[in-house]
Design a protein around this ligand. Structure first.
Ligand code: SR1
Ligand code: MG
Length: 403
């Protein structure tokens, strides 16, 4: 067990601010008008600090256990990884992440930019809202973070030092278990409505699915390409639509799972969550929204591809890394993304961490939506290479699922 530390409450936050010089100089504790605890994820405490006449800020504190299951211990050091990722991604993709103001390793607190004028994308998608440009922004975010933290953007010695200090073993273990293992074995974390039990048995019992998931797990565990976000679902994205006088903004937050891993894992996480949002919309009979959501898969990919190609001429070591290397790398990312998308979609149906896209559907619609997601996951895992060759990628697969 780690050293005990004091958890914050809304009442103790102003005194905490006063004791942190980096924060007190930014936000005078006397100006604080309110503190709200808004954490709705599986892991952390999140406090929005509001102030009179000056920008507020957000404090995020790691609990030493899983918030949604306090009997499950979890290293609070994880927000050190988040701090490192916010700084590294902020340096190369600053438009797409919250600014970080302070890191307190003793109490496992980070202070970040208040983005209360944004909303969590998952909730917006669930309501049928369409944030144009967000999917492309995320493609650019993944590309800039991937290029800038890899051997393409860093000197080889610098990149190895960054990699060594970003080994996030305990959080990676969670993904290895929850995404790539538990849905395929009998496990107490798994929870499936009775109506979907045959669907899950067919999916998880298919040896081809298992082989594809095993290969994707190996990729996740061994391909240290770049400092990736590591948990880039739509609940880890804040969006603000463009309005007169206010530009569009898209920010990836909650990067505590960041580590040097396969770039395709981040792209695939987005695709999986578009699939979940689309399955919800289809279940509710909103084909227009489902079609829009699925089109976001191509939007993310095209923006990723374009941004990465734009960065390529600036690569650190072009001596033997010509354009053929670029083409091979992009094809690999796409293949890895398809497999990751399959695994990430299925885990939300079978495993520990469910998503509101499915959970807030009326009971009678949930089983059909979950079945659709599993069918899509299977197609993604089994038809990976041929699926990615098709121009409309994931959307084509969903056309088949829908039809
Ligand atoms: C115990 S953590 C469960 C999940 O929450 C995070 O958002 C990750 O997706 C993780 O797998
Ligand atoms: Mg999270």
């Amino acid at each position: 067990a780690g050293r005990p530390y004091e958890l914050l409450t809304a009442a103790t936050v102003p005194a905490y601010l006063a004791g942190r010089p980096a924060l007190a100089s930014r936000l005078d504790p006397a100006l604080v008008t309110g503190v709200r605890e808004v954490g709705d994820g599986n892991l952390n405490l999140v406090f929005v600090v509001e102030a009179a006449g000056v920008p507020g800020l957000v404090l995020k504190q790691s609990l030493p256990y899983v918030r949604t299951d306090p009997s499950w211990p979890m290293t609070p050091d994880r927000n050190g990884f988040e701090a490192r990722a916010l700084r590294a991604h902020g340096a190369v993709a600053g438009a797409y992440v919250p600014a970080i103001y302070d890191e307190d390793p003793g109490r496992h607190v980070i202070a970040i930019e208040d983005l209360s004028d944004h909303r969590v994308w998952r909730g917006a998608l669930n309501e049928g809202a369409r944030h144009e440009g967000a999917a492309a922004d995320l493609g650019r975010y993944v590309a800039r973070a991937a290029f800038g933290t890899s051997v393409f953007g860093l000197d080889a010695l610098e990149q190895k030092a960054a990699l060594a200090s970003s080994v996030n073993a305990q959080l990676c273990r969670i993904t290895e278990d929850l995404v790539f293992t538990e849905p395929y074995i009998r496990h107490e974390h798994n929870r499936v409505p009775a109506a979907n039990e045959p669907d899950v048995a067919a999916y998880a019992g298919d040896p081809d699915v298992l082989a594809a998931v095993g290969a994707a797990k190996l990729t996740f565990m061994t391909h240290a390409e770049a400092l990736i976000h590591g948990d880039l679902h739509t609940g880890s994205v804040l969006v603000r639509a463009e309005e007169p006088g206010t530009p569009r903004s898209t920010r990836a937050f909650d990067s505590e799972f960041a580590f040097y891993g396969p770039v395709g894992f981040d792209v695939g996480a987005l695709w999986a969550n578009y699939a979940l949002a689309a399955a919800r919309a289809l279940a509710l009979g909103d084909e227009t929204h489902a079609t829009w959501v699925l089109a976001q898969a191509d939007a993310t990919w095209r923006a990723f591809d374009t941004q990465f190609r734009e960065l390529w001429p600036g690569r650190a070591d072009p001596r033997v890394s010509g354009d053929a290397v670029l083409e091979r790398f992009l094809a690999k990312v796409r293949g890895d993304a398809v497999a990751a998308a399959g695994a990430k979609a299925a885990r939300r149906i079978i495993g520990f961490a469910k998503v509101s896209d499915m959970e807030t559907l009326p009971e009678d619609l949930r089983a059909g939506a979950a079945r659709g997601v599993l069918t899509a996951a299977r197609l993604l895992l089994l038809e990976g290479p041929s699926a990615v060759a098709r121009p409309s990628g994931v959307a084509a697969l969903f056309d088949r699922v829908g039809g």
